[in-house]
Design a protein around this ligand. Sequence first.
Ligand code: ADP
Ligand code: ASP
Ligand code: MG
Length: 421
Amino acid sequence: MYGPLVRNAQTGEAMAKIAMKFGGTSVADLDRIRHVATLVKREVDRGHQVAVVVSAMAGETNKLVGWTKDISPLHDAREYDTVVAAGEQVTAGLLAVALGAIGVPARSWLGWQIPIRTSAMHGSARIEGIEPGLLNERLGQGQVAVVAGFQGIAADNRISTLGRGGSDTSAVAVAAAIKADRCDIYTDVDGVYTTDPRIVAKARRLPKIAFEEMLEMASLGAKVLQTRSVEIAMLYRVPVRVLSTFDPDAGGTLLCDEEDIVEKKPVTGIAYSRDEAKISLMKIPDRPGIAAAIFGPLADAGVNVDMIVQNVSEDGRRTDLTFTCARSELARALKALEDAAPAIGYREITSDSNVAKVSIIGIGMRAHPGVAQAMFRTLSDKGINIQVISTSEIKVSVLIAEEYVELAVRALHSAYELDTA
Ligand code: ADP
Ligand code: ASP
Ligand code: MG
């Protein structure tokens, strides 16, 4: 707790400074925005100072992204940001109006007005700093601050956006900047589940999840929180809860330290990502420097390489190498490799975007041997072929054909005893 311990005269509850975040489905229409206003009012009535971060109405960002791409697939990223940041401006203003209508003083804030400063990587900028002065001043006056999520201002003095799902990051960063006692992320599910409840009906809500596990879950595809938001929560020690807008008292999930988790099953959760593509380079020379010759040009082209596997060469002279990257980066990766073909010296290049990555995650893996083996056996029992494998201390990921994703996730969910009874 940061703030002075002041108690509400009626309830005796300690008064705190809190950040609340509402995602796209939570603000999808005017009735939902009115509902969100009542949830904010509840906290104000408890005596708390409240900063609220909002996403664009559901579907709005997709529409704006689509318009930009339709006008020109090769658009300037700065103009992309100008367009796609607009959705959050609308909901921030509307929520401030809805709060005013029920007697709660509120003001909307766009990224540049605070300001929320970001890097100049338009389209996927990183928050570099938030000046808390203005927000704190207004909060101190009893005014709710309604902050437009997903956006900031870059050093080039232009609007920037934080990458899809970025309002989570705005919320945790605002919470850190104003030294909030907690950050509540309200969404369309009542917490973080053992896997995406949309594809596995038997998924269970996790009352608590360790930061490290949440970081892996998010970066391996569980879009309930943007990865960067979890990093900021860890770094600045912001207590984060994930809650349901539609059932706000339903328990939720608390992000916590590993030590606070008593029962450590081998696997805590399963994540999947369809945003994957695979590239294979056939018959590359098996010599020192070859990996640098391949991955250097990819890095220069801004391609994030994920899984890598190199075959053992049969004759000591030539071998094959396979790696994965985001599907959206496939065309760029192929172009970079074709340009670098003379320097690399491969015989053939193939690519496949009909692939997906399925991952098992758990801090309990460290203490339980044979966890990866159980994954491979489960997939083989279902006749699912594993194309690439990668592991770290607390996760195992496999690349499989996309059509088997749901089957794989369900089978693994049962195999690791994560199903609800
Ligand atoms: P918001 O618009 O509120 O930011 P998102 O759609 O970005 O919401 O994230 C919530 C969604 O994340 C859920 O509806 C769910 O389908 C998906 N999801 C994926 N993995 C998980 C998980 N492990 N636990 C909870 N939700 C998950
Ligand atoms: N509206 C943005 C998106 O759809 C940001 C967010 O919702 O978190 O990606
Ligand atoms: Mg989201």
